[in-house]
Each structure stands twice: as C-alpha cells, then as structure tokens.
Design a protein around this ligand. Structure first.
Ligand SMILES: [Zn+2]
Ligand SMILES: [Zn+2]
Length: 418
C-alpha cells in the first residue's frame, strides 16, 4: 500500500477515521505471483476472471490461477446488458472471487456483478487508462443514463508494469486526462466547502495533489527512455485517486465539472456517440472548464450567487431542451428529497476572497493543454469527434452541471446567470 495512504488511515487532519476495503495495492513486476499467493492465503477456492477480447491474452497467462473466464465484447461499455451477462456467468461458475482483467469498463462490469452476487473481486488492470480500478462506485450507463451505483471496491489490486506498459499509448494518455482533470475536481470540492459548508478532507486532497504532481513531473521528463517509468507513475496516480474516493466514501475528490462535461457527452442527448475514451473527454472538458472558470473568476459577483432562483434553474422546460426523455431522471438526481445542493449556499463577505484564494491551485488552460499535448492526449472536441462550434460548447457548459446534484463552480456560474 502507498505510504501516504497508510499514514492517512492512522490519523487524518480532518478528524474522521478513514477506512479502506482494499487491503492490498501492488504495482510490481511480480504482482501476478503476489496475486496468486493472496488468493491462496485468503482461502479462495474458485476464482473466475472477467476480461474482454482485447485483454483475453492477459487472462490466458493466468491459467495457473483459474480457467474460468468470461470474455465480453472488446467494445463493451458498463451497461445493464453486459452486467446481466456477468451476473449469469458468476452464478453459473460458482465463483467465490472474481478477477477483473482489463481496463475501466471490464472493472465496472465486474464490480457491479460482484456486488450483486455478493462475492469479492480483485483488480488486475491492463492499462493506466482510468482511476476507477479501486473505487467503490460503479460508473454505469443504465438504459442510456450515466449513473454511479454504490458498489464494491476490489479487495486488492495487482498491477504488473509488463502488462499495463504494453497497452496502446492512447490508453495511458487517457489516464493522464483523468488525472489532470483532478485540478478542477479538487477546486470544486473547496467551492462546495466554502459555499455550503460541505465536508472536505485536506488529507485526501493532499493525496490527489501528490498524484497530479507526480504525473505532471513524469510528463515533463517524458522520453523514450523514461516511458516505462512515466506509465508506472500514471498507474500509481490512478490507483491513488481511486483510493482517495474510497477514503471519502464517494467520488468527490476525483470528479467535478470536468467529469460532468464528459458524462453529458456520454449520455448522447445533445450529441451523437463519440468513440473517445473517458479520460480523453475529461481532459478536453477540463480545458473548457478552466477557460470558463478563469473568465468568471475575474468578475465573480457575490450578489448574483446570493440571488440564485431555484425555480428557474429547475424549470422543467429548460432542462428538457437538452435532456429530453431523460428529464425525469435528471430532476430526481438534482433534487434528492426535493432539495438541490444550490439550496445550501450561504454568501458572506468572505466568500469571494476565499474562492479566489482557492483558485490559485488551478492551472491556466494553456498550462493544462501543454501537459495533455505532451502526453499525446486530445485537447479539443474536434479531436474527439464531438461538435466543436461555440454554440455546442456553450450548451455543454449550460447543461453539464445537471448531470449531478454535486455543487461545482460551473453549477454556480450557470445558476447565477439565469
Ligand atoms: Zn480526512
Ligand atoms: Zn474519471
């Protein structure tokens, strides 16, 4: 386990007692051997693997652990269809532990099935592509709507550089997008704390900054000779970020308005489906959000925030313009027990100075763009097959905050404009 995580488990500046359900997190050349030992030590008798067509080769290398393998479609997303297939497989195989051999979607499918059937699962990531490996929530597309379900995190993760460093560089670049996106996730968390008194843990934020900084430095030192080291840093950062979500109990430290942009595009209600990867969309979303934040921060108006009119924000006809048939689900997500996160906002004389102070942690859009480019990640909608005209970007910025009830500065900006 990472040293900084162990420290946080012992004592945390926020005063809460954090805990993890993942008890091993190994990034090492002999991680597959360690996984076999772990399974034996824990007394599991009947492990089974879930992988996809692209990662089947790595599952086949684990035959000394199990021959029970479900191989899903190479393009499988974490939907109700593939989850049902996985649940049937687990029940039929009588597995007492699952091993997710793959990238993000394979993990979400496995996580969902494991939770449903009530067996634990182990993560064996094959690409440094996304931070969802060790998280306790499953990011699913359920009957067309992007939802996160409370679910089971893996009991352990074993990442073998020889495996994940062979992944296409596009996948690692996507992982970089997911990590760099934490700049606005973490800032949005501070905004939530300032405006609504939301709980925030500085220790967990510290973990995330440790992850971002390590990846930023690795990108700056990137060369053919350092490629393996760089990819390992990205994997470690993604695992740290997943652990940070687990320590928090939700995705708050790792998902803010940049993720809401990405989720809106994934819901395909204002655009056609794009074949872009999660982290690619997050990275591009981050750049649009950073531009919007820096522009807004120059002229932030406390009175406009105090005057937010919730009736206008949640006017059904306004939401329907983007979400159409998904509007009921969106309203339900935004008004749990009839109450929006915006309803808790309290503006004082300290609000604007505090937000401006917190904004010093934000890079400029140019700085973030430079990092993404150096990682080979896309930096505009044009590169990820999404509309890139100004009207579409504006529509995304307007409607992305409705993806979640979570308070972000983007939600505040949009609501105070109405
Ligand atoms: Zn804490
Ligand atoms: Zn993400």
């Amino acid at each position: 386990m990472f040293e900084s995580v162990t420290k946080l488990l012992e004592s945390c500046p926020c005063g809460r007692k954090h805990s993890l359900l993942t008890d091993e997190c190994v990034v090492s050349d002999d991680a597959a051997v360690q996984m076999k030992e772990y399974i034996a030590q824990r007394g599991f008798q009947n492990p089974a693997i879930i992988c996809d067509e692209n990662t089947r080769i790595f599952a086949d290398a684990l035959t000394d652990i199990t021959a029970a393998v479900l191989t899903v479609d190479g393009h499988a997303h974490a939907t109700e269809v593939y989850s049902a297939q996985a649940i049937d497989f687990v029940k039929a195989s009588g597995a007492d532990v699952l091993i997710a051999v793959g990238s993000g979607s394979v993990h979400d499918i496995t996580r969902y099935a494991a939770f449903d059937v009530k067996v634990p699962f182990i993560s064996y990531p094959t690409a440094a592509s996304v931070d969802g490996f060790v998280s306790g929530v499953a990011a699913m597309t359920w009957y067309g709507q992007k939802l996160t379900f409370e679910s089971a995190p893996p009991i352990a993760v074993f990442a073998v550089p020889e495996v994940f460093c062979t992944a296409p560089t596009r996948l690692t670049a996507s992982g970089v997008g997911d990590v760099i996106g934490k700049y606005t996730s973490l800032f949005d968390w501070v905004v939530g704390e300032i405006l609504t008194g939301e709980y925030r843990c500085p220790g967990i934020c510290g973990l995330e900054y440790e992850a971002i900084d390590a990846v930023r430095d690795a990108i700056r030192n990137r060369s053919p000779e350092t490629e393996r080291e760089y990819t390992i840093k990205v994997m470690e950062a993604l695992l740290l970020s997943g652990l940070a979500m687990q320590l928090t109990g939700n995705s708050r430290p790792a998902s803010g308005s940049e993720h809401h942009m990405s989720h809106l595009w994934e819901m395909c209600c204002i655009n056609e489906d794009s074949d872009a990867l999660h982290g690619e969309k997050v990275g591009v979303g981050l750049l649009y959000v950073l531009r919007e934040y820096h522009r807004y921060l120059n002229t932030m108006d406390a009175d406009a925030i105090a005057a937010i009119d919730l009736a206008k924000v949640f006017d059904r006809s306004h939401i329907e313009k983007a979400y159409g048939s998904l509007t009921d689900g969106i309203l339900k997500e935004n008004l749990p027990k009839g109450k929006s996160s915006l309803a808790d906002i309290k503006v004082t004389a300290e609000t604007v100075p505090a937000i401006l102070e917190a904004a010093k942690t934000l890079p400029t859009a140019e700085e973030a763009e430079e990092l993404l480019k150096a990682a080979g990640a896309p930096v505009s909608n044009k590169e990820i097959n999404l509309p890139y005209d100004e009207a579409f970007i504006e529509k995304t910025l307007t409607y992305a905050p409705y993806v979640r009830n979570r308070l972000t500065l983007l939600k505040v900006i949009q609501a105070s404009k109405m």
